[in-house]
Design a protein around this ligand. Structure first.
Ligand code: ITT
Length: 197
């Protein structure tokens, strides 16, 4: 049997890679920054998920040969006018500190009756420094007023997806990966790759 095709995920967030690996199963060999010492640091200077996803996919694929997939994602909260959005990973003041991010979200949502929110994920596929296609996926839901559950990452302990009563962190990986923003974007990626790979 031949080896599955390689997909290089333009991320340093191990949780994203784990989810992408779990969703794709054995259809692709999924690698990320940990497999490449030369993985460049990409500054996310974009104002939208798509701009940042482009910067990551094109930047990494300029340095590394093969199909590169980026994931720019975040939480949009209705009562906060769509914040934290593209700034989700540093909302609490420190890049990638999920505890501080959740503390700030709880603080800003205290007493708010509109609890609507969605996760959004935008993915870009690139090769040789150029975008080849982009995709996105969302999942609607509501925010709870205290952390619930130990699974997932980021804002998962505060987010109940539509049609459920438990947070992503309580529902666990299998349920999350069956309906998340990431899995919805990834379904479009795999459809595209089946035609173009
Ligand atoms: P890379 O840029 O290296 O991929 P990152 O974590 O900085 O990693 P983003 O800039 O896309 O990635 O920010 C994503 C943030 O959005 C992440 O840190 C979480 O705060 C939030 N987020 C995205 N997807 C999530 C999910 O499935 N569950 C919970 N929070 C999520």
């Amino acid at each position: 049997m031949s080896n599955p095709p390689r997909l290089i995920v333009a991320t340093r967030n191990a949780h994203k890679t784990e989810e992408i690996r779990a969703i794709l199963g054995n259809r692709f060999e999924v690698l990320d920054a940990t497999a490449f010492p030369e993985f460049p640091e990409i500054e996310e200077t974009g104002q939208t998920f798509l701009e940042n996803a482009r910067l990551k996919a094109e930047g990494i694929s300029r340095q590394i040969d093969g199909w590169v997939l980026s994931d720019d994602s975040g939480l949009e909260v209705d009562a906060l006018g769509g914040a934290p959005g593209v700034w989700s990973s540093s909302f609490g003041g420190e890049e990638g500190n999920h505890g501080k991010n959740n503390e700030r979200l709880l603080r800003e949502m205290a007493g708010k009756t509109d609890r609507g929110a969605r996760f959004r994920c935008t993915m870009v596929l690139a090769r040789d420094g150029k975008e080849r296609a982009n995709f996105s996926g969302t999942v609607e839901g509501t925010l709870v007023d205290a952390l619930r559950g130990a699974g997932g990452f980021g804002y998962d302990p505060l987010f109940i997806p539509e049609g459920h009563e438990r947070t992503f962190a309580e529902l666990g990986d299998e349920v999350k990966n069956s309906l998340s923003h990431r899995s919805r974007a990834l379904a479009k990626v795999t459809d595209w790759l089946e035609v173009h790979f």
